[in-house]
Ligand binder design. Structure first.
Ligand code: GLY
Length: 319
């Protein structure tokens, strides 16, 4: 069993070394996942999270994030927040300094200001250009769910404030520290098609993330509406608590969410870690990967996600 390990969505790669340093030094899983999310939130080249994230239908970047402590199942989240670069840290303050688990919109922004977070413009010129291009000139050969998203969005384009202004992603970190504690962090700017005020799975405990020292942790990326309807992250952890291996658990939970009727269906992914440091991830789309690193390997490792519909025993996931 590794002494410590961190598992992340592949867009967490650049942050992995810093995250591992926290764990190597005996730091907490909670600090590690917060740092990982913060680094991705500050990366303007990642158009799915924080600074540089693609905006909503009105051209405003609205971010969601949450963090969960597997020792106590304490959690904090923020949703539909504008103008703050580090929603994951605001979420942690919600967990540690309020009697609540989730703050949204203006209330979350007011709380961030009270906590001393500085306001930032999250919409970069590059994100704005990409958003405009994707909304107005949908790429050919889109899958049916994305075509429907574009049709839906086109009904609202008249709302766009600036006619010169006019999709999805997220980052997941799950860590097990040298004290045997597990934590999970998720941060996103959500779908570029999203109606203002839309909240995805990322700040919703049980949907986008779940962490429990006794059973393990899981986190999702992709079509959040499906992860909410399927309570996907919690389902993974429940499957593990009923004795399923981590690879069986991610497959079963994702299969359940993926079976829901959904005209806008697109990619949905989940990754998970058990208390012994075994990990796996699954996706309903081919070619998706995740990353992990522990005290037992020198460099971050990239691994394939189990593809739904594929024989899970044909290519066992790496541990
Ligand atoms: N999974 C991120 C979102 O749906 O917003």
């Amino acid at each position: 069993m590794p002494r410590y390990i961190v598992v992340a969505s592949s867009n967490g790669l650049e942050a992995m070394r810093a995250v591992v340093e926290v764990l190597r030094g005996g730091g907490s899983a909670l600090d590690a996942v917060e740092l990982g999310c913060r680094l991705v939130e500050s990366n303007p080249r990642d158009h799915t999270v924080g600074l540089g994230g693609l905006p909503n239908l009105l051209g405003d970047v609205e971010v969601d994030a949450a963090i969960m402590d597997g020792r106590t199942r304490a959690t904090g989240g923020v949703a539909a927040v504008r103008g703050y670069e580090h929603p994951i840290s605001i979420a942690r303050r919600v967990m540690e300094q309020t009697p609540h688990v989730l703050l949204a919109g203006e209330g979350a922004e007011r709380f961030a200001a009270e906590m001393g977070f500085e306001k930032t413009e999250l919409l970069t010129p590059e994100a704005r250009r990409l958003w405009e291009q994707r909304l107005r000139e949908a790429e050919p050969d889109l899958e049916p769910g994305l075509v429907r998203y574009h049709e839906h969005a086109s009904r609202y384009l008249g709302m766009v404030r600036d006619p010169e202004q006019a999709a999805g992603g997220t980052v997941n970190f799950v860590a097990l520290d040298t004290h045997g504690d597990i934590a999970c962090g998720v941060s996103t700017s959500g779908w570029y098609f999203k109606y203002p005020g839309r909240v995805g799975d990322s700040p919703i405990v049980g949907a986008g993330l779940y962490a429990d020292n006794r059973r393990g942790a899981a986190a999702c990326t992709g079509r959040g509406e499906l992860a909410i309807r399927g309570a996907t992250a919690h389902s993974v952890v429940m499957h593990m608590s009923y004795g399923r291996s981590v690879d069986e658990a991610v497959r079963l939970a994702l299969e359940d969410a993926d079976s829901l009727p959904d005209g806008y269906a697109t990619g949905l992914n989940v990754l998970a870690l058990d208390p012994q440091g075994n990990h796996a991830a699954a996706s309903n789309r081919a070619g998706s990967t995740y990353i992990w690193v522990s005290d037992e390997v020198a460099e971050p490792q990239q691994a394939p996600r189990i593809l739904l519909g594929q024989d899970p025993h044909a290519s066992p996931p790496p541990h």
